[in-house]
Design a protein around this ligand. Structure first.
Ligand code: TXA
Ligand code: MG
Length: 318
């Protein structure tokens, strides 16, 4: 069932059921974060390994202290500027957050999502929401309610339809639990903006071998078709004889049929490109192509976050 009934969503969540929620980044698959009985359903529905921790969503920054033992000064400074918004804060957890949520880690990821329906929902319940992206494990993240219905329709009790996601890539995850502030996942909040607010350069550690971000597996975001990333003309030459689909930043390619191409932003706007990215990746499945050939985005702003996801989408094939 899909609709905009916030009261119904609140009631279902209070009954330990699963509700898909809209956020500014991607749709989440939400459950009561304080209830192990509810949270275990998220792992089952997504087929998600238990070592991959979930982000906990709260109504405002003032709720952080309910679920973490300490908020460093720079984390607070950033939170006051960017929340609600596409940033997840990794902080030392309190005992009220079940180990199942954090995959046994002593830290919890806290975030205030910026979507009016979900903020209203969070205001109507007296518990926080654990929510990973609402896709089967390893698949492309959903940026529209319809994507959730297609991928997890029969496994979720209600889909709160908040329209297309305004940002389109997941939150930037920042670890504030150790001495050195570290970005664990590039995402909807550009690195440049973070560094400007924090007044310092932050380390980026987003590799798949990093035990600090156990969910950052190299092979991820798979559209179900092989993806290759690089120089478009070179890639076309390497795949002669195959039916190719192109995923590009701003320019059409003259030698490939238009209906087999997806352009992320004619205006070369990285925000627009991020908003379109996951939908575009998803569309190739309907295009009757053998391979998806993609090009790198400019490595600035949200381009970094898109490139990170392209790298992972292509990882199983290279
Ligand atoms: O934008 C987003 O963050 C979306 C929306 C729904 O909020 N959520 C999302 O969740 O992308 P998910 O589960 O697809 O990715 C969350 C990632 C995990 O894979 C893990 O790497 C990291 O967040 N994470 C969560 N808690 C963590 C923790 N305590 N320590 C380190 N990494 C953590
Ligand atoms: Mg995900």
């Amino acid at each position: 069932m899909m609709g905009q009934n916030v009261a119904l969503a609140a009631r279902l969540l209070a009954e330990n059921k699963l509700v898909a929620i809209p956020t500014e980044t991607v749709y989440g698959l939400a459950a009561n974060a304080l209830s192990e009985e509810a949270v275990v359903k998220i792992f089952e529905a997504k087929n998600r390994p238990a070592f991959d921790p979930l982000i906990v969503h709260v109504a405002s920054v003032s709720d952080f202290e309910k679920y973490c033992t300490r908020i460093p000064e720079n984390a607070m400074k950033l939170a006051e500027k960017v929340c609600p918004g596409p940033v997840t804060f990794i902080l030392p957890k309190k005992n009220n957050i079940p180990d199942l949520v954090t995959a046994g880690h002593p830290t919890v990821g806290l975030r205030v999502p910026n979507h009016p329906l979900t903020l209203t929902l969070l205001g109507q319940i007296d518990f926080p929401l654990a929510a990973p992206s609402a896709n089967p494990f390893g698949a492309v993240s959903p940026t529209m309610a319809e994507h959730v219905a297609q991928q997890l329709g029969n496994k979720v009790d209600y889909i709160l339809d908040g329209g297309p996601c305004a940002v389109g890539v997941e939150s930037t995850i920042i670890d504030f639990s150790t001495e050195k502030t570290t970005v664990l996942r590039l995402g909807g909040m550009p690195l440049e903006v973070l560094e400007e607010i924090l007044g310092e350069k932050v380390e980026t550690r987003t590799s798949s071998s990093n035990p600090k971000a156990p969910g950052m597996l190299m092979a991820h975001y798979s559209p179900g078709i092989p993806v290759f990333v690089g120089d478009i003309d070179e890639l076309i030459n390497q795949h002669v004889g195959k039916r190719v689909g192109l995923l590009r930043f701003s320019d059409w390619h003259e030698e490939i049929p238009f209906e087999k191409q997806s352009i992320l932003s004619i205006n070369k706007d990285l925000h627009e490109a991020a908003r379109n990215f996951f939908s575009a990746l998803r569309q190739f499945k309907q295009m009757d192509v053998d391979v998806v050939l993609a090009e790198w985005m400019p490595e600035v702003g949200l381009g970094r976050a898109i490139n990170d996801r392209l790298r992972r989408a292509a990882a199983s094939y290279n």
